[in-house]
Design a protein around this ligand. Structure first.
Ligand SMILES: CC(C)(COP(=O)(O)OP(=O)(O)OC[C@H]1O[C@@H](n2cnc3c(N)ncnc32)[C@H](O)[C@@H]1OP(=O)(O)O)[C@@H](O)C(=O)NCCC(=O)NCCS
Length: 324
């Protein structure tokens, strides 16, 4: 790895999750389900939501949560709003079709010298945004960027559909990226999409029935296959071996999906980050939320080799190897 190449280094991560805790037992009051079923089949015990089931919609939007997470990340990085050159937001629950959630964040944060745009790649969104931002930095188009994953999925759920509503939670995570000429930074990434599988997992933009829908079994199978293959591809592109990875941070969709990937890749449990129990599937926010926790707990530190991998509706898959 050459030292002179410009790379995008992750300086810091900040997160925000809503205060309201929706526990599995809450679902027992209006759905034919149980805490035991949900924990066993998904690994989820609770999630944070803007919107409690069957109550008036909460006010908080994806941009509001993203801004809260961004302020934490920027303070940790020692980066001021004026230094930010670009804001890239991955979300499937934007505040509006347009203006973009990124533009709202750019204004609210006061990043007056920054460009801003959204990326739609569902649960793979954070890796897509990280890839785009790091390539822009490597190309010299920007020096400092915010990479955001933020979702208010609770506003899109059909609370009578037990196959979907128990899985998801709300939250936001933001990484501050900065150009560096050292060895740290995003060293490889891999993206692939398969639009033919669009009907397995989707959220319509129009019409009366604007709920997230999913064919859970098939999504499960594809998620394991695609994330395992993508993980190997990013490692190969980084020119390293899987054993060189210190921590795999996969999209937190289902503990059984994560365990199946770890088994396929023959990664020991201590090299796989899992925090789905507390947050459920927060889509584009799940990887930065998991990264922040791993960093705080000392599982990620300077020099750590981290492998991110995410899969989502589209279908979309993305992976990246990053030296912290
Ligand atoms: C949704 C998911 C948890 C369902 O688990 P599963 O083990 O595949 O369960 P199945 O879909 O085979 O359903 C088994 C039974 O449980 C029932 N069931 C589904 N959700 C239930 C719930 N919340 N509580 C109790 N029973 C439930 C089904 O109706 C089915 O009943 P039946 O046999 O009488 O028809 C699982 O398929 C999954 O997590 N898929 C991937 C979802 C995902 O990660 N999406 C996002 C990707 S980014």
């Amino acid at each position: 790895m050459s030292e002179s190449k410009i790379r995008a280094k992750i300086l810091s991560v900040g997160t925000y999750v809503p205060d309201a805790v929706l526990s599995n037992s809450c679902f027992e009051s209006f759905l034919e389900t149980s805490d035991e079923w949900i924990v066993t089949r998904t690994g989820i015990s609770e999630r944070r939501v803007v919107n409690m089931p069957r109550s008036a919609p909460g006010d908080m939007t994806a941009a509001d949560m993203g801004c809260r997470a961004a302020r934490v990340a920027m303070e940790r990085a020692g980066v001021s709003a004026g230094e930010v050159d670009g804001v890239v937001v991955a979300t499937f629950t934007p505040d509006n079709f347009f203006p973009s959630t990124a533009c709202r964040m750019q204004a609210d944060l006061g990043c007056t010298g920054a460009f801003a745009f959204d990326i739609s790649a569902a649960c793979a969104g954070f890796v897509y945004a990280l890839t785009v931002a790091s390539n822009m930095i490597a190309a010299g188009q920007a020096e400092t960027m915010l990479v955001v994953g933020t979702e208010v999925i609770s506003k899109t759920l059909d609370w009578s559909d037990r196959g979907t509503c128990i899985l998801f939670g709300d939250g936001a995570g933001v990484a501050v990226l900065k150009a560096t000429s050292g060895t740290a930074g995003v060293i490889s990434s891999y993206l692939l999409s398969d639009g033919k599988m669009g009907d397995l997992l989707y959220l319509p933009s129009w019409g009366e029935e604007r709920f997230l829908r999913m064919k859970g079994n098939e999504v499960f199978r594809q998620a394991v296959r695609m994330m395992s293959e993508a993980s190997l591809e990013a490692v190969k592109r980084a020119g390293i071996e899987l054993e060189d990875i210190d921590l795999l941070i996969p999209h937190q969709a289902n503990i059984r999906i994560i365990n199946a990937i770890a088994e396929t890749l023959k990664l020991p449990k201590e090299k796989v980050m899992v925090n789905i129990g507390k947050y459920g599937n927060t889509s584009s926010a799940s990887i930065p939320i998991a990264l922040e926790e791993a960093w705080r707990d000392g599982r990620v530190r300077q020099g750590s080799r981290v492998l991110f991998v995410g899969v989502g509706g589209g279908f979309t898959v993305g992976s990246a190897v990053c030296i912290i």
